[in-house]
Design a protein around this ligand. Sequence first.
Ligand code: HEC
Length: 467
Amino acid sequence: MTHLIGKLYDWLDERTGIKGVLHEVLDEKIPGGARFAYVLGSALILVFGLQFVTGMFLTMYYVPSVEDAHRTVEYISKAVTSGWLIRGLHHYGSSAMIILVGLHLLQVVIWGAYKNKREVLWLVGIGLMMVVLAFSLTGYLLPWDMKAYFGTQVTVNIASEVPFLGDFIKRVMLGGTTLGTITLSRFFMVHVIILPASIMTMIALHLYLFRRAKPAGPFNLTEAAAQAKTDTFFPKQVFKDAVVGLVVFIILVVVASKWPAPLEPKANPADINYIARPEWYFLWLFQTLKYFQGPYAIIGSMVIPGVVMTVLATLPFWDRSPERHPRKRPKVIFGLFGGLAVIGILMGMAIQEDRTVFKDTFAKQHAAGEKFMAQPFKPKETGFETEKKAKAAPPAIFETRCAMCHGKAGEGNMVGPKLTAVTRSKADIVKLIENPAAVGAAKMPPMAGIPEAEREKIAEWILSLRD
Ligand code: HEC
């Protein structure tokens, strides 16, 4: 058997060169040995894979139009088997991507891993981060609930502040002058075609450049010391990557189960009292916007994010010293943590303000969302299949005592009304059977001698007939 597999493998290798490829992929040397510190890149690829697969399933049901977008997302969340889980994983997976991108970036900066001819690798990484943010911005609109509509309205308005090109950009984003079906269609196309194609190409490029530059290795070891203690990528690093990937997946499943992905009522453009908020990772930028009003708005919306991104993107070009140890690079490390502190403070202020000044409005908006999620999905039109509960057979007593007036399956006849849409409570029906006049059904004769337990069973069955 092993002999046969070996032969098959040789056969395949002769035609594909797979042995060389696997050697290239799996036997990469890791200077300083395998570490949990190196898992972030792999974890990102795994979560992206999860986003890809869950996104594929969502796309099977989702329809990007003003008529259908919200209903199809509601359908996925409430009626499709495991739809809530798939959507939950995709919803929280996007936050996981952002967190992992942040941690990956943080580590590369702290470890000085962008140095030594890695400028292009770094730039592709920054590009990847922007693609991830673009995924988030385009995905935000797709559910077409209140949050999606008004949140995207803000995004589009910010984009329209770009000097000279603003109006043009706005038109291109909207596909016209208002946020509507064409906007949804565009955002959807970018979200499921342009961005996935871009990110896959860029991940491939990033990995290629990474392999070419070789892993930077620990910052506290000399080149020689790191080379003296190496592992190959497989199996030790692969194992660590797999463990972390699994942990991230479990966390996502737990979070998605405990707090199902929210969906607010369908977008109502007329509700001008709705207060929009971006995703949590944009809150700091959102807070910055508040400080620059009127003609200065562009400072918050363009200048500050632009400067931050430029400084970050050009880091390997202005930090040229080969020194990698964070303690010997105080400027970059202080800059990094200073920047993070400012972002943290701005974020805290944004949250604080929403919890105090806008407390009531948010409580109301939140409650509306909860209420909407608690309602069952009602297919108003065809094309949405929900699980039909098989109608239970009527209790025996119903057949002998009631069917002659209400029909065999409670469908009603000339004498008695149908019982398939009774709006009475259970207690009411239990009483009605014995004494119809007492609960306003005097046209029905009292049905004496049916024990309470039996009447309850009949009442439950009648209520089960309702849709
Ligand atoms: C002789 C015919 C007859 C029989 C037998 C009969 N019903 Fe009725 N039932 C009626 C009529 C007529 C009404 C309408 C009463 C009214 O509106 O005043 C009614 C009303 C009801 C209603 C209220 C419907 C509504 O929409 O509110 C229920 C529930 C009901 N019946 C259950 C039963 C059950 C259970 C039995 C057997 C234990 C039974 N009935 C036996 C004739 C009958």
